[in-house]
Design a protein around this ligand. Structure first.
Ligand code: ZN
Length: 322
């Protein structure tokens, strides 16, 4: 049993319109779901992803108009990496240089180029080529030519004082340690690694294959605008999720009971370094309440909020989408 990759990543942003415009227009992701924060239905929960919102492509935000500024620190995910086809990397470097205020010139990590930049709320993002990315769908009808579109996550980076216990957990989850590069250590979904000559080459059918540990003594972070709230991993179905929950309990962790998130079933737990992890099922997915063509166009509420639809609609901040 091994985790097949990242399912989604959830972060906190400021104004929803700014967030929407950056991720759909500048980065060309598809808004695949407009729903509300199930724990606070007066605020949006926006999901961006590929054409059908496949696991491994989903970046979700809780936008709070007046959210206090956050700061990534020890025990938080500090960077989100997007994968593009190798031939598209230089196209993206130009786009970032032209349209993003804060970015670093491209550098190299793990033998591949990467460009690091900052979203309007201060969240660190990265774009890097991923072998096989060109075979994944992306979003053909967004603001980016489909050949260059972002295909999925490449990785999430966890900022930790000491990664030893986190590394052990990732191995329990089926991740394979790859090489180190300075302060970074990379872990790959089983079977996608390049740890040894015997490992098969990276599979084009596995999106979001890497977790990177960034080992550095830092102060404790502060959750807020521009920070990652949690990283969710995939469970292929509820039975597998149940087995993982048992395995996590046996490993001394404290996963929650299963929570219904409408588009997936979830359990949550803190990994030993402090980062909030989630394990989310692939089914039922984003197509449960909208068809492929209309994904992300209407306000979708779970059944238990439907009777309060008008109350909720009146209180949600304005958001203009297409
Ligand atoms: Zn989540």
């Amino acid at each position: 049993m091994h985790i097949p990759g990242i399912h989604h990543i959830t972060a906190i942003s400021g104004a929803p319109q700014v967030n929407h415009d950056f991720y759909t227009k500048l980065l060309g992701l598809r808004l695949v779901k407009k729903t509300v924060n199930f724990d606070d239905p007066q605020t949006w929960h926006l999901y961006y992803g590929d054409e059908t919102g496949n696991p491994g492509t989903l970046l979700t935000f809780f936008p709070f108009e007046n959210a206090a500024e956050g700061k990534a620190g020890s025990g938080m995910a500090s960077r989100i990496g997007f994968a593009v086809p190798g031939d598209s990397f230089s196209w993206w470097v130009n786009r970032i240089a032209e349209s993003v205020e804060r970015f670093d010139p491209p550098s190299e990590r793990f033998g591949a180029p990467v460009i690091t930049f900052v979203d309007p709320d201060g969240l660190l993002l990265e774009i890097m080529p991923l072998p096989g990315a060109e075979d994944l769908p992306g979003w053909a009808h967004g603001d980016i030519p489909n050949e260059h579109s972002i295909r999925c996550f490449s990785n999430a980076t966890l900022l930790l004082d000491d990664g030893a216990e986190t590394a052990k957990l990732l191995e329990v989850m089926g991740y394979e340690p790859l090489e180190k590069d300075g302060v970074f250590q990379r872990f790959a979904v089983s079977g996608t690694g390049t740890a040894s000559d015997e490992s098969p080459p990276p599979s084009p059918t596995v999106p979001a294959p890497f977790i990177d540990l960034h080992i550095q003594k830092t102060t404790i972070g502060r959750m807020g605008r521009g920070t990652v709230h949690h990283v969710a991993f995939r469970a292929e179905n509820e039975e597998e999720q149940r087995q993982w929950r048992e395995a996590l309990l046996q490993a001394g962790l404290r996963p929650t009971e299963v929570v219904d998130r409408q588009y997936f079933k979830s359990i949550y737990f803190h990994e030993p370094g402090g980062v909030l992890f989630e394990l989310a099922t692939d089914p039922p997915g984003m197509l449960i309440d909208e068809d492929r063509e209309s994904l992300g166009t209407g306000l979708q509420l779970p059944p238990w909020f439907e009777e309060n639809r008008h109350w909720i609609e009146d209180r949600l901040p304005e958001l203009r989408t297409r």
